[in-house]
Design a binder for this molecule. Structure first.
Ligand code: PAF
Length: 281
């Protein structure tokens, strides 16, 4: 596996593959990789001849009081894991390489509407930072296909919007959520959880399952959401939201029978903010 920090070297490597007629898949990450990320690499492999993964903790998607500084950085372990997972190239640029004019002075991308709700409301500017860095990465790597996990479901919809609106010539492949046996979705932030918090954390997934059960029983959505918030509080979480939305665009359900719905939750356990979701299919 090649490990490259510079855009120029990345372009040369990917350009050579492309000239040889090979198809390129891309998996963007912020590193501190776990089994969930490696499942994205495996999925990427099924869609292309070559897999590029980026490892970059993106400063523009963290708010001033968020965990940018303490976000776990484990480049050596990430490189070893990516290599065993079958990745061909790990791209790990510095902040200066990604944002040559300064990350506080960079050209920004903003996806309207969708980014102001849910996690966008709880983390103002977060999705602008995500869209900004992902568009840059797409320009740098120029993949045929890019894989995004369904755990960050709103992020997936933001990226799909970006690709569609800017007619970017690539396909987005959503990857299923990887979970621990007790239901907790795998996340780099799970490492922040103390023993007692880790024991409480699966209540997040149980709440989603209860929301889906409530909906299947025909209960009213507002009361399902209220009950979900109450059960998260009872389990020791401080919830940001527990919502049932339309899966296609994350709008509030209109009540038509062709809608596919999804439950989404975000809640803090101590100082750790966790998110999860469950489609109603
Ligand atoms: O999902 C993530 O890890 C990040 O938001 C991403 C897509 C790599 C952009 O920094």
């Amino acid at each position: 596996m090649q490990i490259l920090e510079q855009v120029r070297a990345l372009r040369e490597a990917v350009g050579a593959w492309r000239r040889g007629g090979e198809r390129i898949a891309f998996v963007p990450t912020m590193g501190n990789l776990h089994a969930g990320h490696y499942s994205l690499i495996a999925l990427a492999r099924r869609h292309a001849d070559r897999v590029v993964a980026s490892v970059f903790v993106n400063p523009t998607q963290f708010g001033p009081n968020e965990d940018f500084a303490r976000y776990p950085r484990t480049p050596r372990e990430d490189a070893a894991g990516l290599e065993s997972a079958g990745c061909d190239l790990m791209f790990c640029p510095t902040v200066a390489e990604m944002y040559p004019l300064g990350h506080d002075r960079c050209v920004q991308v903003r996806v309207p509407g969708l980014t102001e709700e849910l996690d966008g409301a709880a983390r103002p500017g977060h999705f602008d930072g995500v869209a900004t860095v992902v568009l840059r990465l797409f320009h740098m790597v120029q993949p045929d296909v890019a894989v995004f996990g369904r755990k960050d479901f709103q992020q997936l919809r933001v990226i799909e919007y970006l690709v569609r609106d800017l007619a970017l010539p690539l396909e987005i492949v959503p990857a299923p959520i990887a979970r621990d046996p007790d239901g907790l979705a795998l996340s780099s932030r799970n490492r922040y959880l103390g023993e007692e918090e880790r024991a409480r954390a699966p209540a997040l997934h149980r709440t989603l399952v209860a929301m889906r059960e409530g909906w299947r029983e025909g209960r009213a959505i507002p009361s399902i959401q209220d009950e979900a918030l109450a059960s998260l509080r009872a389990a020791g979480f401080v919830p940001d939201y527990a919502e049932i939305r339309r899966s296609a665009d994350l709008a509030r359900p209109a009540g038509t029978c062709d809608e596919i719905l999804i439950a989404l939750v975000a809640a803090r356990l101590g100082s750790t903010r966790l998110i999860d979701n469950l489609p109603f299919v």
